[in-house]
Ligand binder design. Structure first.
Ligand SMILES: Cc1cc2nc3c(=O)[nH]c(=O)nc-3n(C[C@H](O)[C@H](O)[C@H](O)COP(=O)(O)OP(=O)(O)OC[C@H]3O[C@@H](n4cnc5c(N)ncnc54)[C@H](O)[C@@H]3O)c2cc1C
Ligand SMILES: Cc1cc2nc3c(=O)[nH]c(=O)nc-3n(C[C@H](O)[C@H](O)[C@H](O)COP(=O)(O)O)c2cc1C
Ligand code: SF4
Length: 654
């Protein structure tokens, strides 16, 4: 099955064992601009998992853009030894490694010292997303940056990398030069298309000269920036035609979106609301005009989709960033005909993109070992233990399967008739059904394990005394909480019950959203789609403040289309006589909503104390078993922490 994914291919001088590549992605695993052991371990895991090619994260290379807390710096000679170790670690598995050279131009928010950064672009056109006004890059600096592409590429080649990719995509510096709406220069880098693409074509030509023909050279382009302010697709096609004619490149990599605008940005890190393989048709269009191999990425997380893109001739290689963050062994599993064992990425953008945007090492909510390859490892057990896991949400499921994987005897109790916990609610939100993949993936893992699953049942004191487990992992999750405010003559429902199917009486619904996460946005979306007039009042400075910005931005756009009224800084105070009262969280002034039929509350859930009785059974003279509490049972948070704590609890049982 899917054999075409495993046909070898050459990108210029580099021969690849298969068609699956890991596109560039910032990991925040570097250390002060240099390669760290953590970064090597991260990529080694993906090489071991079978990726044919890894293209390393966008690296800075010139002082006009060098933010070393977040980016590797290929402008430094001392990057060479670490880069050489990384390259050797991956080549041991037959995986080629390229390096991507990246300059963000004006798309920069942070400086080294917290002051507002001085940023450069083609012109002083302000950036709509980062809200900065750049300095037009002086002519001599443009030539200097072009030279720096070449010297940085030579440095990476010296470190043993097999190739170099120049990032000309997603609205970053080269994209800013290409774009006539941004580039208003009067010198040889502005005006005609030929002038606007001079920065790119000179960088490519000089880089090729610097690395010779023994190394691969490619470019990453965006055909559709998914914003009105982007480069026109037809122009990018013209640019690619001209680049192919110049004959310095070995491949084109196609992607979508633009970092420079709020709408385009959503497609740079496409959440689950964006269709799978959404860039494949752009790749096909480019493939019809260039002869060199075309690489594509963008929400490709299934072997079947990947294989189909190849068989339809839309692209020559398939890129997977988040699919390999979630499951580094994806390629090997497909090769071994075990596609059903793959832990599919669900496009939640939480621990990968979310961590990256807050300058933390990337990980995955479903696979906490990602980004922690050196720190989070099992140790051999001393003896086989009997482990009870009470609560079959994501935390309990992960704990059970992980403990069983260590050789323990595990029984998982779930009081409902199905596993999944709160994920069973989360997946009901509009456009969020893919979130249910958390449960599906874990159920697949459980199916392959020795865990005994007891549905519609729980741990009880008699059984506990009679059977005597060695360890009990409490993963009973959380329960909803209603606000203490006074609500009279009006219906007050929790978001959980609305999502589960209870309909608010009446047309006009006010959502009192303390949590400012998925539940407020989701229940507003759900009710607006079912015809209610919805007012969403959030206690935070923006609704959805607690969730990754891209997911929030995409959702806010949807709510605007549905005429949901959004008010922020609003603390719920009470309701009576069809009027809901809120208080501005800063100045305390009243915010009044009239003609209200029902209040839906998104108040923070509280930990479920169902199993607190167990602690009473343990006394200093009778430490008969150990208790480990994880996930929302410890404190209500998200799937990420529940799964991470499940793994840690299971691996701590020796
Ligand atoms: C609407 C909604 C949307 C959400 N969206 C997201 C999202 O997009 N991303 C994200 O990361 N998080 C999201 N969350 C939060 C996330 O689902 C929870 O943080 C996570 O499920 C917690 O996992 P858990 O295993 O600790 O507990 P839970 O998921 O609460 O599971 C606990 C399980 O224990 C069972 N149980 C309880 N008592 C007993 C007992 N005595 N015996 C046996 N079983 C028992 C329960 O029936 C339940 O199945 C959302 C939550 C909601 C409500
Ligand atoms: C955490 C993260 C960091 C990224 N950093 C880069 C980067 O440095 N250079 C780049 O060209 N694309 C970057 N991207 C975009 C990815 O290369 C890719 O196009 C995108 O994730 C869509 O592919 P996927 O659906 O397989 O994840 C990044 C993506 C993620 C998730
Ligand atoms: S955190 Fe979510 S989007 Fe990121 S890799 Fe994991 S499943 Fe995919």
């Amino acid at each position: 099955m899917y054999e075409n994914l495993f046909e070898p291919i050459s990108l210029g001088p580099t021969k690849l064992r298969n068609r699956i590549f890991n596109p560039p992605h910032g990991t925040t695993l570097g250390a002060g601009g240099l390669v760290s052991d953590d970064l090597i371990a991260y990529h080694e895991a993906r090489a071991r998992g079978g990726a044919g090619l890894i293209i390393l994260e966008g690296m800075a290379f010139h002082p006009s853009f060098a933010f070393e807390s977040a980016y590797l710096n290929a402008g430094r000679d001392d990057i060479i030894p670490g880069m050489a170790r990384l390259s050797r670690a991956c080549s041991r598995y037959g995986t080629a490694v390229f390096g991507q050279l990246f300059h963000a131009g004006r798309s920069v928010r942070y400086s080294h010292d917290g002051s507002r950064p001085l940023v450069y672009s083609a012109s002083d056109t302000p950036d709509d997303r980062y809200r900065v006004v750049p300095i037009p890059m002086p002519n001599e600096m443009v030539w200097e940056v072009i030279e720096s592409y070449a010297t940085a590429a030579a440095r990476l080649a010296e470190a043993g990398l097999n190739g170099i990719e120049i990032l000309a995509s997603q609205g970053y510096l080269i994209g800013q030069f290409l774009n006539p709406r941004i580039n208003h220069r009067k010198d040889e880098f502005g005006g005609s298309l030929e002038n606007r693409m001079r920065f790119l074509s000179e960088s490519i030509a000089k880089t090729r000269h610097a690395i010779g023909t023994e190394k691969t050279l490619g470019v990453r382009v965006t055909l559709d920036e998914k914003t009105n302010s982007g480069v026109e697709k037809e122009e990018t096609i013209e640019i690619c035609r001209a680049l192919e004619k110049a004959d310095h490149l070995d491949y084109f990599s196609v992607i979508s979106g633009s970092s420079a605008s709020p709408d385009g940005w959503i497609h740079v890190f496409p959440p689950m609301a964006v269709a799978p393989a959404f860039v494949a048709d752009d790749a096909a269009q480019l493939k019809s005009i260039v002869a060199k191999p075309v690489l594509v990425a963008g929400r490709i997380n299934q072997a079947q989709t990947a294989s189909q893109i190849l068989s339809e001739g839309k692209a020559d290689m398939i890129g997977m960033v988040r699919a390999l963050i979630a499951d580094p062994d994806f390629p090997n599993k497909v090769a071994e005909n075990r596609s059903e064992d793959i832990r599919a990425c669900i496009g939640c953008n939480q621990a990968c993109v979310g961590h990256r945007l807050t300058h933390h090492a990337i990980s995955c909510i479903q696979n906490p070992v990602t980004g922690r390859e050196l720190d989070l490892k099992p140790q051999p057990i001393q003896s086989k233990r009997l482990v009870w896991v009470v609560g079959g949400g994501p935390g309990g499921m992960k704990a059970a399967v992980t403990a069983a994987g260590q050789g323990h005897k595990v029984v998982l109790y779930e009081k409902q008739s199905k596993l999944g916990g709160q994920v069973n609610l989360a997946e009901k939100l509009p456009g969020r059904s893919e979130f249910g993949g958390v449960t599906t993936n874990l159920m697949n893992e459980l199916d392959r394990s020795s865990v005994e699953i007891c549905l519609a049942s729980s741990a009880d004191p008699d059984a506990l005394h009679a059977i005597g487990p060695d360890v009990v992992i409490i993963s009973t999750g959380a329960v909803p909480r209603l606000p203490e405010a006074e609500v009279t003559d009006m219906q007050l429902l929790s978001a959980w019950s609305v999502i589960a199917g209870e309909s608010p009486a009446g047309q006009n619904v006010v959502i009192a959203d303390w949590s400012s996460d998925w539940s407020g946005l989701g229940v507003a979306h759900m009710l607006a789609l079912s015809g209610h007039k919805v007012r969403l009042l959030s206690g935070a400075s923006t609704c959805g403040e607690s969730i990754p910005a891209i997911v929030r931005d995409q959702w806010v756009g949807e709510l605007h289309s549905l005429n949901v009224e959004i008010t922020c800084y609003a603390r719920f105070f009470g309701a009576q006589a069809r009027t809901a009262f809120f208080q501005h969280t800063i100045n305390g002034e009243a915010i009044i909503c009239e003609d209200v039929d029902a209040i839906v509350s998104c108040y923070p859930p509280q930990s479920n104390n169902d199993c607190d009785w167990m602690s009473d059974l343990i006394t200093p003279d009778n430490p008969s078993f150990q208790i480990k509490k994880i996930g929302d049972a410890l404190a209500p948070r998200t799937v990420e922490e529940a799964v991470l704590e499940g793994v840690k609890a299971a691996w701590s049982i020796r």
